[in-house]
Design a protein around this ligand. Sequence first.
Ligand code: NDP
Length: 286
Amino acid sequence: MSAKTIDGKAFAQGLRTQLKGEVAKFIDQSGVTPGLAVVLIGQDPASQVYVGSKVRQTQEAGMNSFEHRLPDTTSQSELEALIDRLNADDSVHGILVQLPLPAGMNSDAILDRIDPAKDVDGFHPVNVGALWTGADALVPCTPLGCSYLIADVLGSDLSGLTAVVLGRSNIVGKPISALLQKMNATVVMAHSRTANLADVCRSADILVAAVGRPFMVEKDWIKPGATVIAVGINRWDDGKLGGDVARDAVEVAGAVTPVPGGVGPMTIACLLTNTLKAAQMSQARG
Ligand code: NDP
C-alpha cells in the first residue's frame, strides 16, 4: 500500500485564500492595512527568487509589501539603521531580513535588533523564549507550516504519539520540536551525534527530517504507518530537487510530504499568517 501524499501546495493555497478573507475583514474593521517589509542584501539568486515570491504573495493577500533591496556593500550599521527605521514605522507590521546575509555581517545582531512584535520570522530570542514557555508567540514559518500539515493528518492533539525530529537548528529543528511538544507529542530531538539513528527513527509515529542530506532516511528506518515530514531540500546536479527521505518510503509510511510541493509552499503562507497576526497584535495594543 502506498502512503497518502501530503499536498502542501494545495494546503498552502487554501491557507492563502482563507487569509485573504481575514485580511479584508481586518482592514474593514480597523482601517489598517497589514504591511510586510522584506530586506534583501546582495544578489544571491535563490534569495532573489524567494523575495520575489514573498512580495507577490503578500500583495495577492491584500497586504502592503515594502521591498528593500540593498547592495552587498551595505555595512552592518547601515542595515541596523534601516531596521531601526522599520521598527519605528507604524505602517510596517512585519519585518523579514532574507538570510543568509553576506559574509562578514553579524546575522544574530540584526535579528536581535528587530522589534519582537514585528519579528514575523520568529527568530528573536523573545519569541523563541515565548514558544518554549508556551506563551503566544510569532513562530518560525517553516516549523509552523509543518505543524499545520501534521495536524491535518493526525489532528492537533498528538497525545500518546512519539515524534522524532532529525536536526536541531534554531530555524527548523528546535521550533518544530517545541510545537510538537505543545501538541502533546513525546518528542525526541536527534542530530549528527545521535547513536543508532535508524532505531531512533523507527520509534517515530511522526518523523520530521530537517537535515539537508539527500535521501538520508531510508525506507527501513520508518515505522509502518508513520507520518513523515521531509523538510530538507537538496538540489541535484541536474537541477532537480529531492528531500531527506528516500522515495520508496511511501511503501511503508502512512503519509508523506513530497519534495517539492510539501513543506516548501507552507513557508510563505505562514509568513503571511504571521504578518496578519502581528498587525492584529499591534491593533490590540493600541
Ligand atoms: P542546518 O544545517 O542548520 O541543520 C541541520 C541539522 O541536521 C543539524 O542539527 C545537524 O546536526 C543535523 N545533521 C547533519 N548531519 C546529520 C546526520 N548525519 N545525522 C543526523 N543529523 C544530522 O539546516 P536547517 O535546519 O537550516 O535546514 C535543514 C534543511 O531544511 C535544509 O536542507 C534546508 O534547505 C531545509 N529547509 C527548508 C525550508 C523550506 O522548506 N521552506 C526552510 C528551512 C530549511 P548537528 O546540530 O549535530 O550539526
